[in-house]
Write a protein that binds this ligand. Structure first.
Ligand SMILES: NC(=O)c1ccc[n+]([C@@H]2O[C@H](COP(=O)([O-])OP(=O)(O)OC[C@H]3O[C@@H](n4cnc5c(N)ncnc54)[C@H](O)[C@@H]3O)[C@@H](O)[C@H]2O)c1
Length: 267
């Protein structure tokens, strides 16, 4: 499936900068976009500043694009106004712009926080019901459903990657379960761009023995993680928080923040 022009949103962000480097030279043209300033365009690159909340600007951004890596948006918990503009209106604008432009595929940076209220003691797979652990997580669950609408109804195929914790190294005990190396993120994005599918959900996680997730759907699509958080077990094991809801749930402190529910009722 040759792509002439691929659009990366969130190109100024942590993962966007990683992907920009890893994707250099991979396509004839890589269009990089963000609200924030980005490094100037190199060979084979286009740089376009754009607010995802601006529908007409996003429609223009999608023109002449074959595939999109959608990594832009509010990336942590925030108030409704920010989440609504960047992640809900922003996602609607992006998928609608993609449909109008004839984009064939979107790889979506979803999040484990779409299912963060699930208990750590339950190993879940891609079929688990959504259980967002906050407004941010809800916006990712919405993005996944929006992707399904456009995939099945309009033929814009989508891979929703529920990214765990993608940083240079795991930062704490929870991330021994949720960590995804940048190299494995690159591998998953490659699967997203090249595998044969209409709509799929996978977990964005390395080969961690302590993972909360059964990621057989990603493996079925061809994902072969080469890294693991296991080599950091000695560094972080036992360094748990004194926050019982965070320790009970997959979303950790995202779940315990503002929590006023019944722990026994959690899925
Ligand atoms: N890093 C992780 O571990 C992780 C985990 C789960 C999901 N994700 C998702 O992956 C994506 C990238 O995450 P990141 O860690 O690089 O976050 P980041 O905050 O570093 O990058 C997000 C980028 O989106 C841009 N952005 C925000 N609002 C925008 C708007 N209205 N219009 C255009 N651009 C806007 C920001 O300027 C920023 O550069 C996000 O969608 C995030 O939710 C990341």
């Amino acid at each position: 499936m040759p792509y002439q022009r691929v659009l990366l949103t969130g190109a100024a962000g942590n993962l966007g900068r990683e992907l920009r480097t890893r994707l250099a030279g991979r396509f004839p043209t890589l269009r990089l976009s963000d609200l924030a300033e980005m490094a100037p365009a190199g060979p084979g690159e286009e740089v376009v500043r754009c607010d995802l909340a601006d529908a007409s600007a996003v429609a223009e951004l999608c023109r002449d694009v074959d595939a999109i890596l959608h990594f832009g948006g509010q990336a942590t918990e925030a108030g409704w106004d920010k989440v609504l503009a960047a992640n809900i209106a922003g996602a609607i604008n992006l998928w609608e712009g993609a449909r109008l432009a004839g984009v064939r595929r979107i790889v979506f940076a979803s999040s484990n926080h779409a299912i963060g209220m699930h208990r750590r003691s339950t190993t879940i797979d891609h079929r688990a019901m959504a259980a967002p652990d906050g407004r941010y997580g809800l916006s990712k669950a919405f993005g996944e459903d929006l992707a399904a609408l456009y995939a099945y109804k309009h033929g814009v195929s989508a891979l929703c990657i529920r990214i765990g914790s993608s940083f240079a190294e795991p930062a704490d005990a929870r991330q021994l379960s949720t960590w995804m190396s940048f190299a494995d993120l690159g591998r998953m994005v490659e699967v997203g761009l090249t595998a044969d599918y209409t709509y799929e959900i996978v977990y964005g996680v390395s080969d961690n023995s302590r993972s909360f997730w059964d990621n057989s759907n990603a493996e079925r699509l061809g994902y072969r993680p080469a890294d693991s958080a296991d080599r950091f077990i000695e560094t972080h094991i036992g360094k748990t928080t004194d926050d019982p809801i965070a320790e009970l749930t997959q979303g950790g402190t995202f779940s315990s923040s503002e929590f006023s529910g019944d722990p026994d009722a959690l899925p």
